[in-house]
Design a protein around this ligand. Structure first.
Ligand code: PNS
Length: 160
């Protein structure tokens, strides 16, 4: 039984994230989507809100669950008996950032990182960009699950 962890901030989940999770679920027996709890970095959505949106997004998969983690990713992987971390790669910029973390995580615990290339149709999608576009009234439908659109619009309108 091979289990993988897909970690991230997911603030909020995008269709790019879901594409990677769906493909990871075809390769691994079990996938844990792990939301980082970072007290130092407040997101647009609370961790509970992010988990709720992710849980809805993965409800059709019988081998995907959503969890939260604090501290080091390698400790979470060890606790969950995960053999791999799965990350999506959109660009060379992602690679430069991700390969460093992959090498550090390998050194810390031996956990392997598996990179899945983003689908070309989604390779420009990032939570940060989605929030910026939505903040100024741009159309982000098709980039996030439909049930994220309304909470996103509402939360951004509440902000000063
Ligand atoms: O979606 P993000 O913000 O790019 O995800 C980054 C994340 C959560 C995967 C990364 O910051 C992480 O693994 N944080 C946990 C703390 C940790 O293990 N840091 C050392 C990484 S080598």
């Amino acid at each position: 039984m091979h289990k993988a962890v897909c970690p991230g901030s997911f603030d909020p989940v995008t269709n790019g994230h879901l594409d990677i999770v769906a493909r990871a679920a075809r390769v691994f027996d079990e996938v844990v989507v792990a939301v980082l709890v970072n007290e130092a970095k407040r997101g647009l959505f609370s961790v509970d809100e992010r988990v709720g949106m992710l849980a809805e997004a993965v409800s059709d998969f019988d081998n995907v669950e959503v969890a939260t983690f604090e501290g080091l990713l390698v400790d979470f992987c060890r606790d969950r008996h995960a053999v791999a971390v799965v990350k999506g790669l959109r660009s060379g910029g992602d690679f430069d950032y991700e390969v460093q973390m992959a090498q550090m995580n390998e050194r810390l615990s031996g956990v392997q990182t598996v990179f899945i290339p983003a689908s070309p149709a989604l390779s420009f999608v990032a939570s940060s960009l989605v929030k910026e576009v939505a903040r100024f009234g741009g159309d982000v439908s098709g980039l996030v699950p439909s049930y994220v659109l309304e909470p996103l619009r509402r939360r951004l309108s509440e902000q000063p």
